[in-house]
Structures are given as structure tokens and as C-alpha cells.
Design a protein around this ligand. Structure first.
Ligand SMILES: *[C@@H]1O[C@H](CO)[C@@H](O)[C@H](O)[C@H]1NC(C)=O
Ligand SMILES: *[C@@H]1O[C@H](CO)[C@@H](O)[C@H](O)[C@H]1NC(C)=O
Ligand SMILES: *[C@@H]1O[C@H](CO)[C@@H](O)[C@H](O)[C@H]1NC(C)=O
Length: 452
């Protein structure tokens, strides 16, 4: 059988080697074919024909010529590009009708390329030789390094892995600048706004920093720069700013009235401030009691004046007299049996120089002396009618027979009585403590030295 002189015309199916890439000795099957067909022919192909899928076989016969398979032929096996030879690279046709070895070509694979953070790649032919993998980065990231790697015949990738780095700064937009008028009665304005939002192609969570005053707080007069800064994870930075301007509207300074003064809320002449008119003792207000600084920078109403209080001397009743003082002046009624009464004289001595102090405290003195028909009553030089004197004595139960003093408040109420002379200090201390209002007391402190 081994020495069969016949040539075997043997057709291998085309896909035979594809399925069995190893070169195999087909001797056994040759024998079966010979036996079956009874037509084995003497054959220069001592060994079966050899081929290599995805490779090339170059043979040299010892008798010359390219016969592959004559006894002693040597074949060199080489693989196509992208394939690696596994097995013998050189085989010989042996006397046993077998080749001295086997080989096949295996497709070369590069290792699986790792993924890159924030990016991806696509490869032209998977991970096989000559496949080119192109890297792309996600929106907002830029590639650093080579843009592609190629699977080399050595099974290694060309180059090194690129990285995707975030180089896009975030975007931030501030609200528009604004002008606010200070709130009525204040030198500040409460200003609020929606904090800006920032966007970034790469990051979702951004760190926004406010540099300046917080929204929904009170801003002082003037311009305030509000800045917002934003950083993304890669510390790319963006910033924006706007201006908050606060304007305090002011009215012209309001002059104090002659013989009087103003008490104002807030800081006197800003929008919303209210100023009240007050007149000194002995003067009364003509005109509005207060004025307000309006938005259009003008004071409401017209200026009030303090005019001297006019006493009507021809009044017939004590109530008509008291009405004139109602809510304007306090009264100190001094009564004595006659002008030479020692208590009266002592009292006169003690408050001789008290006119100024009494005026500061809005006190008018009424003197009632003696009894009818010689009885007199006067306010300074103004003489009172006898009906008025009698009315006063009855209303406040003032005796004619001894010295006494009655202190009435601004509403005409009997607040204190003295039946012995009192010093100026005692009298003023009582008035200051019990009859003066807060405002009056402050005003008195301001002018206390005025009488010295
Ligand atoms: C200011 O506004 C008030 C009403 O609020 C108006 O009566 C007054 O005439 C205005 N004054 C000026 C100077 O425009
Ligand atoms: C006061 O009395 C006089 C007469 O004595 C009279 O003419 C005058 O009208 C009276 N005045 C008042 C305000 O009652
Ligand atoms: C004055 O009144 C006193 C009593 O207070 C009396 O003793 C004296 O005589 C009176 N003098 C005159 C001049 O009426």
C-alpha cells in the first residue's frame, strides 16, 4: 500500500482544510479511495498535497520543480499578515508518506482595549491586526493624547491610551443690574433676586460661590457689586457680576419754625420721614401738625408757624379763660388774702427769677389777691374780671383767707396743691417729674442752660 505506484487523483473538497486547518496525513483515506476505485496511479505526490489556510506554502522538491509532495520535498509555511504560524514553519515529505510536522495560521488578536473615562472608541475591525480604534470624548471633554490606536501585527496596540479631560468652562449668567429706592422711612432697601444657575457640558453638580451681599437682605445706599463664580469638577472657572444700586430719596431740609422745633422720624429728610411741629411755651402752632417727605422729594402740606399765644382778656367766665389754655399751657394759680401776706411775699421772692423756667415748662401764673370788693386777679398785666376770679375760686376751691397755690396740667386738671411757699427747685422738680411728656423733657434738657 505504501509503495503504490499509482497516481492518485485526489480531489479534496475546498472547505476540507478550512474545517481542519491542520495538515493531516491523508494516507488512510487515500488507501480507502484506492481500494474503492481500484485506480491508484503512480504519483509524484508522495505525500498528500499541503496547503495552509490564511497562509502560503512554498515547497522545493529535491528533483527540482515545484512539486509539493514528492518524497523529500521541503515546504516552508508562512502565514498571511494578521496571522501567526502555530506549529512547524518547515516540513518535509517523509518516506512514511507523511509530512514531518503540522502547522496552522491563527488570527492575531490584540487585547481588548480598556474603556476611557468620559469617552468611547470604535474600531474598524474589532481587535484584529490593522484594526484602527478611534477615540472620542463626551461633550464637554477634549481628547488628550493620540486620537486612535492600531492593532499591530505583533499583537500590541500602537501608542498609549488617550484621556478625556474637561477643558470647557461652565456657563453662568447673572440677573440684570437693578436700581432700588430705599424703603419709606429707611436708608436701606431690601433687594432680592434669584441666584443664577450655571451649566456645564461635563458636570451636573457645580459649585457656585457668591461674592458680595446675600439676596433678600437690606442694602445700604450706594452701589454694590454682586459676583457669582462657578467651578466645575476640573476647576474650570466662570464668573459674572451685576450691580445693585440703592438710592435714598431726600427732601430738602425742613427748617424749624421760629419759636418752635421739629421732631422727625427716621433721619429727618429721607423719603417716608415724618416731621412734627412743636411750638415753644407761649406760642401756638398755625398750620399742619406734621409733614411727610414724599416719593417725589417734596414735603406734604405747607410750613406751619409758631405764633404768640393771644389771651382774650374780655372773657366773662372761668371756663372761657381755661379753654384758652386747654392743651397748650399749664397754670399755677397763686392765691393770698392780700399783697402783704408773708407767705405770698416769701413765695414771690423764691420764684422771682423763675419766669424763664416756667415758660420752658409751659406754665402761666395766675394771681388772685384779696377778697371782693378789693379782690384782684391777673395774668401778668392782664386783669381778670371778677366773675372769672370767682369762677376759678369755686372750681378749684381756693380759699381767700390763706395763702395757697394750685398747679393745673395742660388739660386743666388740679394736679398739686401747696399751702406753704415752695422753692423754685421743688416746684420745677415736681413739674419735670409728673407733668412733662417724654418729648418735652428732652427739649427741656436741651434748653435748660438757656435760662441761666
Ligand atoms: C408730589 O406728589 C404729591 C402726591 O403724592 C403731589 O401732591 C405733589 O404736588 C407732588 N409735588 C411735586 C413737586 O411734584
Ligand atoms: C361779657 O359780658 C359783657 C357784659 O358785661 C357782654 O357785653 C359780653 O358780650 C360778654 N362776653 C361774652 C363773651 O359773653
Ligand atoms: C393781710 O392779711 C393778713 C392775714 O393773712 C392780715 O393779718 C393782715 O391784716 C392783712 N393786711 C391788710 C393790709 O389787709
Amino acid at each position: 500500500d505504501q509503495m503504490s505506484p499509482f497516481v492518485l487523483i485526489f480531489v479534496f473538497q475546498a472547505n476540507f482544510y478550512a474545517e481542519n486547518p491542520k495538515i493531516q496525513s491523508q494516507t488512510a483515506s487515500n488507501t480507502r479511495f484506492c481500494a474503492y476505485f481500484k485506480m491508484c496511479v503512480i504519483d509524484p505526490y508522495w505525500c498528500h498535497s499541503v496547503s495552509l489556510t490564511n497562509g502560503e506554502v512554498t515547497c522545493h522538491s529535491p528533483r527540482g520543480g515545484g512539486y509539493r509532495g514528492t518524497l523529500g520535498s521541503r515546504c516552508k509555511m508562512t502565514c498571511d499578515r494578521g496571522y501567526r504560524l502555530i506549529g512547524r514553519s518547515s516540513i518535509q515529505c517523509l518516506a512514511t508518506r507523511r509530512w514531518s510536522g503540522t502547522a496552522y495560521c491563527r488570527k492575531i488578536r490584540c487585547h481588548v482595549l480598556p474603556l476611557i473615562p468620559h469617552g468611547r472608541y470604535t474600531c474598524s475591525q474589532g481587535f484584529y491586526v490593522d484594526s484602527r480604534c478611534d477615540f472620542t470624548c463626551r461633550l464637554g471633554y477634549r481628547i488628550e493624547g493620540e486620537h486612535s490606536r492600531t492593532c499591530l501585527p505583533s499583537g500590541a496596540w500602537s501608542g498609549v491610551q488617550p484621556v478625556c479631560s474637561d477643558t470647557d468652562p461652565p456657563k453662568i449668567k447673572c440677573p440684570p443690574s437693578r436700581l432700588k429706592v430705599a424703603d419709606p422711612g429707611k436708608l436701606t432697601a431690601r433687594v432680592t433676586w434669584d441666584p443664577p444657575t450655571a451649566t456645564d457640558t461635563a458636570d451636573k453638580s457645580l459649585n457656585i460661590v457668591l461674592v458680595g451681599q446675600n439676596p433678600d437682605t437690606d442694602f445700604q445706599e450706594g452701589a454694590h457689586v454682586i459676583r457669582y463664580k462657578v467651578y466645575d469638577q476640573a476647576r474650570n472657572r466662570a464668573a459674572c457680576k451685576f450691580i445693585v444700586r440703592v438710592e435714598v430719596r431726600r427732601c430738602p431740609d425742613l427748617p424749624s419754625p421760629l419759636h418752635g422745633y421739629l421732631s422727625c422720624t427716621s433721619v429727618k429728610n429721607n423719603y417716608g420721614a415724618t416731621c412734627e411741629y412743636h411750638c415753644d411755651g407761649g406760642y401756638e402752632r398755625k398750620g399742619v401738625s406734621s409733614r411727610v417727605c414724599q416719593f417725589n422729594r417734596s414735603w406734604s402740606g405747607g410750613a406751619a408757624e409758631c405764633t404768640p399765644m393771644e389771651l382774650k382778656s374780655d372773657v366773662n367766665t372761668s371756663s372761657a379763660l381755661l379753654d384758652q389754655f386747654y392743651e397748650k399751657r399749664r397754670l399755677l394759680i397763686v392765691s393770698a388774702p392780700n399783697i402783704s401776706d408773708p407767705d405770698y411775699q416769701l413765695q414771690n421772692l423764691m420764684i422771682q427769677k423763675s419766669d424763664c423756667g416756667l415758660d420752658l415748662r409751659h406754665v402761666t401764673v395766675i394771681e388772685l389777691l384779696g377778697s371782693p370788693p378789693q379782690g384782684t386777679g391777673r395774668i401778668k398785666e392782664i386783669l381778670l374780671q371778677s366773675d372769672v376770679i370767682e369762677g376759678l375760686r369755686q372750681a378749684f376751691r381756693i380759699s381767700r383767707t390763706y395763702f395757697s397755690m394750685v398747679l393745673l396740667d395742660e388739660r386743666g386738671l388740679d394736679r398739686e396743691r401747696f399751702i406753704t411757699p415752695v422753692s423754685q427747685e421743688e416746684l420745677f422738680s415736681y413739674i419735670d417729674s409728673f407733668l412733662l411728656g417724654e418729648e418735652e423733657r428732652e427739649r427741656l434738657d436741651l434748653h435748660r442752660d438757656f435760662c441761666d
